[in-house]
Design a protein around this ligand. Structure first.
Ligand SMILES: O=C(O)Cc1cc(O)ccc1O
Ligand SMILES: [Fe+2]
Length: 454
């Protein structure tokens, strides 16, 4: 099943829309009509339901898909702890696993190793996170650097949804619902529990992953923006049914459960779903389709206006995790400091850069790199950006911010950081220096100073 390096992936068909109930048949007539589990399914298939929410979740948020497959997924040998495991994957964020630090953190991009061979599972490493996958509240932020396809194995993440942001190299992802090709500049969401395998048609690849426990992503409300704008539901693409039926001795299912990896073998591919219907599906989204809204007169708006997807908490307006982008756009504000303002945020901000340069950082924040500014940790434009901005003669002219795509995972929950991320050779220990040069421009009128000092 694995593609050789640099191989052209096949043309794929997608279904458009987010939150839709879809139907898809790889063989005509393979979906039961009028019911989900007839006594005998068409073509002798097995019916299997995959639930993404509790059975009793209110209808508007209820997610489930019915899969019609050659053999049911229960047909496998027992689960064992995977050996070797991946020691750098974390699902429980406490004092035993991770560290609390308010320090501004930044990392240079990691080289994609060529040796030893690392597939998507072994190339994943957690950077930070909060909460607990077992208690179903929290998130993890991972990055990956991989150079080899997942061959003869698939991953099932029982802990949460993965939102994957490729930065280098396309991902060819086979899932139980079909296949998706995801390029840098696109994102993909793989829902909790859906089995998938990642192939790397461009060879060495890297990117970012946010994983959410106990919630699913949805589009943000648009409030006064109105009925249109930001990410449009029709630009989200889900796969169409695709299956393989060959005997596959020794096929391995890797199961991520409670942050730990388990594996089980079976003699067939899990990608044996001939037809499916439902609304619990993987989807991809091309970030260049995002329709940004922005300041058209004065002041820098809050980044929430660039939210692509949000995973809610039980508190209205408070996100477990927002996925926010900083896309190419026109800047037209008058008498305004256009880059991001200096700030301290009660939410925590993890940022990555897909390509180009980020508007707040003249140096040091590179494509494939990352930064973390946790709850109430001060941050903002570096000295070079500040000085260049205030001395720019044409500061009121429209200017186009082009050739850049940064993003942020923003969370209400305070992240704890993994020790290997703090000790990483990619960590920029001098990050704080980018602000140390900010000097006082304070120039009160002479009279005011005299009055004060008398
Ligand atoms: O810190 C950052 O660079 C992200 C960010 C961008 C912005 O435009 C406003 C606030 C904010 O936190
Ligand atoms: Fe910020």
């Amino acid at each position: 099943m694995a593609m050789e390096e640099e191989q052209t992936p096949p043309e794929l068909r997608y279904l458009s829309g987010l939150g839709n109930t879809f139907t898809s048949e790889a063989v005509p007539g393979s979906l039961p009509v009028g019911q989900n589990n007839p006594l005998v399914c068409p073509l002798g298939l097995y019916a299997e339901q995959l639930s993404g929410t509790s059975f009793t979740t209110p209808r508007a948020r209820n997610l489930r898909t019915w899969l019609y497959r050659i053999k049911p997924s229960v047909t496998h040998e027992p689960f064992y702890p995977r050996n070797p495991t991946n020691e750098r994957l974390v699902g429980e964020f406490d004092r035993t696993t991770t560290v609390a630090t308010p320090t501004q953190l930044r990392w240079r991009p990691a080289d994609v190793p060529l040796h030893p061979g690392l597939d998507f599972i072994d190339g994943l490493y957690t950077v930070c996170g909060a909460g607990s996958s077992c208690l179903r509240h929290g998130y993890a932020i991972h990055m990956y650097a991989a150079n080899k396809p997942m061959d003869g194995c698939s991953l099932c993440n029982a802990d949460g949804d993965f939102l994957i942001v490729p930065q280098q190299g396309r991902l060819f992802i086979t899932t139980e619902c079909g296949r998706l090709l995801v390029s840098p500049g696109e994102i993909v969401v793989i829902p909790q529990g859906l089995r998938f395998a990642v192939d790397l048609p461009d060879g060495p690849s890297r990117g970012y992953v946010s994983e959410i426990f106990g919630a699913h992503f949805q589009l943000p409300d648009l409030g006064p923006i109105g009925a249109n704008g930001l990410a449009s539901p029709r630009d989200f693409l889900s796969p169409t049914a695709w299956f393989e039926q060959e005997h596959h001795p020794g096929y391995t299912i890797v199961h991520k459960y409670g942050g730990e990896l388990f594996s089980a073998t079976q003699d067939f591919s899990p990608f044996n779903v001939v037809a499916w219907h439902g609304n619990y599906v993987p989807y991809k989204y091309d970030l260049s389709k995002f329709c940004p809204f922005n300041t058209v007169l004065l002041d820098h708006g809050d980044p929430s206006v660039n939210t692509v997807l949000t995973a809610p908490t039980d508190k209205p307006g408070v996100a477990l995790l927002d996925f926010v982008i900083f896309p190419p756009r026109w800047l037209v504000a008058e008498n305004t400091f256009r880059p991001p303002y200096y700030h301290r945020n009660c939410m925590s901000e993890f940022m990555g850069l897909i390509y180009g340069m980020y508007e707040a950082k003249a140096d040091g924040f590179l494509p494939g790199g990352a930064s973390l500014h946790s709850c109430m940790t001060p941050h903002g434009p570096d000295t070079k950006t500040y000085e260049a901005t205030i001395s720019r003669a044409a500061a009121n002219e429209p200017s186009r911010l082009s050739g850049t795509l940064a993003f942020m995972f923003e969370s209400w929950l305070i992240p704890r950081v993994c020790p290997w991320a703090l000790d990483s050779p990619c960590r920029d220990l001098d990050y704080y220096q980018c602000w140390i040069g900010l000097k006082s421009h304070f120039s009160p009128p002479a009279a005011a100073v005299d009055d004060e000092n008398e």
